[in-house]
Design a protein around this ligand. Structure first.
Ligand SMILES: N[C@@H](CCC(=O)N[C@@H](CS)C(=O)NCC(=O)O)C(=O)O
Length: 237
């Protein structure tokens, strides 16, 4: 029985507007495991209130780090085969940087930024019945604000937040350098984390300091194209 992979809908010209949903799907593709995608709109219905998650033979695995571990343990995959211990350590640290900070700056740029919020609001909630079309996004935005405060990033000035994000993108452009993938000519687990966040920060429809920073790195656009051609040759899924 094929694995069921539950994630958000596509949009904004990227395979998924959620970098975590892209990551989980790329891991499945890298592992060469058959899966079927199911779209879920409301993450509150997910086992841990966040997407993505997968169901493998009745076993629910929620969180992309646990999905990665599940694929490694159950199917004997080593996403980082060929990397040295030092490279694995760098990969681990960079993945944490992306997921624990750059992701939050990206979230801020979408849900708090005055220009981008109406676009995001329309994307996620525009299809709702008129009576709740304004109420639900207001509640959801409040939740995101709370999350940004709890994580810590929301306590900084706008300038500092975007400067943190730009520094993370600068670290990624330096790591990628002239290589095809983060650690050479073969993709590894860091590409499953880096490509989604870079692609998501190159969305022209969502302008701002993060897009400017991402566009200033000339190796990003070809990298996104290369990874997209490899994992999402049809554009979306
Ligand atoms: N640590 C989780 C993070 C997943 C995550 O943050 N998903 C976001 C979408 S990118 C989500 O579902 N957010 C909904 C919410 O927080 O209510 C993972 O690695 O899967």
């Amino acid at each position: 029985m094929a694995i069921k992979y539950i994630q958000f809908q596509s949009g904004f010209g990227v395979p998924n507007p959620s970098p975590f949903c892209m990551k989980g799907e790329i891991l499945l593709k890298m592992a060469g495991i058959e899966y079927k995608t199911k779209i879920m709109d409301d993450p509150r219905k997910a086992p841990k209130g966040k997407l993505p998650f997968l169901i493998d033979n009745g076993n629910e695995v929620a969180d992309t780090t646990l999905i990665k571990r599940h694929l490694e343990d159950k199917y004997g995959i080593d996403f980082d085969a060929g990397l040295t211990e030092e490279q694995r350590a760098i990969s681990h640290a960079m993945a944490r940087m992306i997921e624990e900070r750059l992701y939050w700056v990206t979230l801020y740029s979408r849900w708090i930024d005055d220009h981008n919020w109406p676009i995001i609001k329309n994307f996620w909630f525009g299809g709702m019945p008129p009576l709740i079309r304004n109420l639900v996004p207001m509640i959801a935005q409040k939740q995101v604000k709370k999350g940004l405060q709890a994580q810590g990033i929301g306590r900084h000035t706008v300038d500092d937040i975007y400067t943190f994000g730009a520094a993370d993108l600068a670290a990624l452009t330096a790591q990628l350098c002239e290589k095809d993938f983060m650690f050479g000519d073969k993709p590894s687990s860091l590409d499953a984390v880096a490509y989604p966040i870079i692609a998501n920060n190159l969305i022209e429809e969502l302008p701002g300091p993060l897009l400017d920073a991402a566009k200033s790195h000339s190796n990003f656009a070809p990298y996104v194209q290369r990874c997209g051609a490899l994992w999402f040759p049809d554009g979306q899924h």
